[in-house]
Write a protein that binds this ligand. Structure first.
Ligand code: NAD
Ligand code: MG
Length: 394
């Protein structure tokens, strides 16, 4: 049966890879979804096109100049409120007219708006994994008191969520371990020596997923899987010893849960983020979705192998940071964001991403990170120090 009224979405990071996919899902079910708000940072042209198509009453951008440019690009007769900057994103995340907030800003910039959505008791379709790496405990506590529902968009966590039966995760006490699958990235089989010369263009050329630049580099270093191990532990309250990583180059099995009788519950699907996004937007219903279907006979085989920890030290750095404590995962994330930005700018070799993070962790003794301000202060300090150290290395 059709719903009484469409579910209203606020999309933070609308102009990014996840944001665009979320709007494609919404466009496929115009009777089910309406857009209450759209926020982007840099691509004002695309944001204007999206706004013209969905006509949300509220938009948000990063700067005043961006707001003026956006206003000039909107069609005649359509005059939405345009919010500006971090405050604007947080206001968008709390928007009374929004039922579901899609948190798809990249990096630590997504933390404050994500916390605002959780505090406001929204249904949060959470793609911004960095916010769980920075403040997983805070987010869980806030959600418990506000009644917010956190639905993981990240394909691995979404797969586990589907395999284990949704929001209450009724099978969790029976879980012996979670197995996160990793594509292995573009450098899965590249010899360690050749990795020293890997360029940004090579790192951005992902074999199975099409994603934004930061997460593409994270996939090439395997830091993405490291962040996802932390994300899984924080989402489900499990120790790191219960979360394993297996490389699966075809990206068809999106993750598995092993239960205490040896059963493995898996979720399979095409490598298309719209599947996970659609599940979150429709939850607890499952709406039809167009697009590719998996042809198992054509694939013929699904393969699995151990990650090459020696060539991809970021994976074990993430596990070490998780074991060391909550401020260490803030340091891990900040140093990674700084190093990835330098690598993309051609100012840092690929393998120096890991050594930059390792140095930042070694220099950190632990500190309290009780609230967003303490977390963002530490994030800023580590970012600056890591950038300085990385630039001075030659
Ligand atoms: P992207 O780079 O394609 O898009 C990022 C979005 O964030 C853009 O809309 C951009 O305008 C906005 N943004 C960037 N900096 C901002 C700032 N300082 N303030 C406000 N907005 C800002 O990134 P993406 O690939 O869509 O990834 C988004 C998030 O989803 C990341 O946390 C990523 O780890 C996660 N994720 C992405 C995928 C994927 O397939 N792309 C899969 C799983 C998880
Ligand atoms: Mg993922």
């Amino acid at each position: 049966a059709a719903p009484d009224r469409p579910r209203r979405l606020a999309v933070l990071g609308a102009t990014g890879s996840i944001g665009v996919s979320a709007l494609r899902v919404a466009a496929e079910h115009p009777d089910r979804y309406a857009v209450a708000g759209l926020a982007g940072a840099t691509n004002v042209q695309l944001l204007a096109e999206q706004a013209a198509a969905f006509r949300p009453p509220v938009l948000a951008v990063l700067t005043e100049a961006g707001a003026r440019a956006l206003a000039a690009l909107l069609p005649a007769g359509y005059r939405p409120d345009i919010l500006v900057g971090p405050e604007g994103y947080a206001a968008m995340a709390r928007l009374p007219e929004a039922d579901v907030v899609v948190s798809a800003i990249v990096g630590a910039a997504g933390l404050v708006p994500t916390l605002a959505a959780v505090a406001a008791g929204k249904v949060v379709a959470l793609a911004n994994k960095e916010s769980l790496v920075l403040a997983g405990d805070l987010i869980r506590e806030l959600a418990r008191s506000s009644g917010a529902v956190i639905l993981p968009v990240d394909s691995e966590h979404n797969a586990l969520f589907q395999a284990l039966g949704g929001a209450g995760l009724p099978d969790l006490p029976l879980v012996e371990r979670l197995v996160l699958t990793a594509s292995g990235g573009p450098f899965r089989t590249m010899p360690r020596a050749a990795l020293e010369a890997a360029t940004p263009a090579m790192a951005l050329n992902h074999p199975t997923w099409s994603m934004g630049p930061k997460i593409s580099v994270d996939s090439a270093t395997l830091m993405n899987k490291g962040l996802e191990v932390i994300e899984a532990c924080r989402l489900y309250g499990l120790p790191v010893s219960q979360v394993e990583v297996v490389v699966h180059p075809q990206s068809i099995v999106h993750s598995l849960a092993q239960l205490h009788d040896g059963s493995l519950l898996a979720h399979l699907g095409p490598p298309d983020m719209r599947v996970a996004i659609a599940y979150c937007l429709g939850y607890p219903e499952r709406l039809p979705l167009s697009g590719p279907r998996v042809d198992l006979v054509k694939l013929a085989s699904l393969t699995f192998e151990a990650p090459r920890e020696d060539a991809f030290p970021c994976l074990s750095l993430a596990r070490q940071a998780l074991a060391a404590g909550p401020s260490h995962t803030v340091v891990l994330n900040a140093a990674n964001e700084a190093a990835v930005a330098l690598f993309l700018a051609g100012e840092l070799p690929f393998m120096a991403i890991a050594t930059t993070i390792e140095a930042a962790l070694a220099a950190h003794a632990g500190c309290p990170v009780a609230d967003a301000r303490a977390i963002m202060d530490l994030d800023g300090r580590v970012r600056d120090a890591a950038t300085k150290r990385a630039k001075g290395r030659k």
